[in-house]
Design a protein around this ligand. Structure first.
Ligand code: SAM
Length: 278
């Protein structure tokens, strides 16, 4: 492809490149992300993973940690505003710049939303490039394929606040359970009382003995992920003693029966099992 190719032109050049750094230190940074970082004059990092910032310094002349903007006990939203403002201001002065953020930049990473909304008003062009998310690493830690029951995903506080319905025949992933109902950057661990409304809400759908799993994927290459099985009825007390970052995996409770038997017969005749496309 040449630079005249419309696809290439849509991506390069950009004023702000946003990349994901993956979950395990510098080990999951893609070649594409590296290329973006090399192209930029300055890279802002939101990733405290072991060796990540040091590795980025080998790709870019100036690397600035934005994690220092978190203020213990204060609302995280203010911090995200400041992070986005730093990146946009730098792009106005000396583009292109990069934001390299933990995991995938479109997975629970509010600075990406703020920057992509603000940039067009300032005549700045933004491109976002994917990274490995903790959802990807969770599948590896659990050794599951989402094809069988499908998957539904909710943010813990949003789930309870909106009383979102849960389909119990579909795998359920709950993000940010360890900071349920806490908008701050916490300094102290929470007690079980903090998590009780989340547990009570989930018990509307699942029996107390239903087994779920809290996954804390390793962020250091030589470490092991923590995969902690629990009873739904003990969720609050398990979260009290859990590490500060983790995701809750709830397997399907029931299997939805097949309703379109005609389609099923076609699939069987053509030799294809259910989870139709497997
Ligand atoms: C602010 S979001 C950032 C997600 C990140 N952008 C990604 O792509 O994974 C933080 C939430 O992601 C999940 N998460 C992040 N790191 C994790 C890890 N190492 N193990 C398990 N879950 C993790 C948790 O649900 C956590 O509360």
């Amino acid at each position: 492809m040449s630079d005249a190719d419309p696809v290439v032109q849509a991506v390069w050049p950009f004023d702000i490149g946003i990349v994901g750094t993956g979950i395990v230190g510098a080990h999951q940074i893609t070649r594409e992300a590296e290329e973006v970082i090399r192209h930029c004059k300055r890279t802002f990092v939101i990733d405290s993973g072991y060796g990540t910032a040091e590795y980025l310094k080998s790709l870019c002349p100036e690397v600035v940690q934005l994690g220092t903007l978190y203020e213990p006990g204060r609302n995280r939203l203010l911090t995200y505003h400041k992070m986005a403002a730093e990146v946009v201001s730098a792009a106005l002065v000396d583009a292109p710049v990069c934001l390299a953020t933990y995991g995938h930049p479109w997975v629970y990473c509010y600075p990406t939303t703020l920057i992509t909304r603000a940039a067009p008003l300032l005549d700045l062009h933004v491109e976002v490039f994917p990274g490995l998310s903790s959802f990807d690493t969770l599948l590896v830690d659990l050794g599951i394929d989402i094809a069988f029951d499908g998957v539904q995903m909710y943010e813990a506080t949003d789930l309870v606040m909106r009383r979102r319905p849960i389909q119990v025949d579909v795998t359920c992933i709950i993000w940010q359970p360890t900071i349920f109902a806490d908008p701050t950057y916490p300094t102290e661990p929470h007690t079980a009382d903090q998590f009780k409304p989340l547990q009570d809400y989930l018990l509307r759908f699942y029996p107390a003995e239903h087994q779920a799993t809290l996954v804390m994927t390793k962020t250091f290459p030589l470490a092991r992920s923590v995969v902690q099985h629990l009873r739904m009825g003990n969720l609050a007390s398990e979260l009290e003693s859990a590490p500060p970052v983790g995701t809750l995996y709830i397997p399907a409770l029931t299997e939805r029966p097949i309703e379109d038997t005609e389609l099923m017969e076609t699939m069987v005749m053509s030799g294809t099992a259910t989870a139709a496309a497997l």
